[in-house]
Design a protein around this ligand. Structure first.
Ligand SMILES: [Fe+2]
Ligand SMILES: [Fe+2]
Length: 133
């Protein structure tokens, strides 16, 4: 079940964005590995912070790209980036406060968080960008 989620095609047809999205998926996979029984749970928060840092840079890059290509859907896309960062921040705060191991529902949340970002706004942007030539 979890494996099939990781194999979902997350390409949006823009190589540099696809590369970033793969790296984000890799960090989520590292979190999954770190959460397995008998693993050192102290990696959870640093890995979540690594994901947040990478995501913040990725969103900033996408927003610059949308600005420079005059993408008409930029305002809503940018707003969704803020919303996604807020959700990730809340997850980090939860784990940071309690030192909780990453439970399966948090891992599921991260998969859906990532897939939701790529499969909605980014896919629309990729299709629009490629249609513009
Ligand atoms: Fe993206
Ligand atoms: Fe995006």
């Amino acid at each position: 079940m979890e494996q099939s989620k990781e194999n979902i095609n997350l390409n949006v047809g823009v190589r540099i964005l696809d590369c970033d999205h793969r790296q984000m998926a890799e960090v989520i996979h590292e979190l999954k590995t770190a959460s397995l029984a008998n693993r050192d749970q102290s990696l959870t928060v640093p890995l979540l912070r690594k994901l947040a840092h990478f995501t913040m840079n990725h969103f900033a890059f996408e927003e610059e790209m949308m600005q420079s290509t005059r993408y008409p859907g930029m305002a809503a896309h940018r707003l969704n980036h803020r919303h996604l960062m807020g959700k990730l921040g809340a997850l980090i705060a939860h784990h940071d406060r309690g030192g909780h191991p990453l439970a399966s529902n948090s891992l599921r949340f991260l998969h859906e968080w990532h897939i939701g970002h790529v499969h909605s706004d980014d896919l629309h942007y990729g299709l629009w960008l490629n249609a513009m030539g």
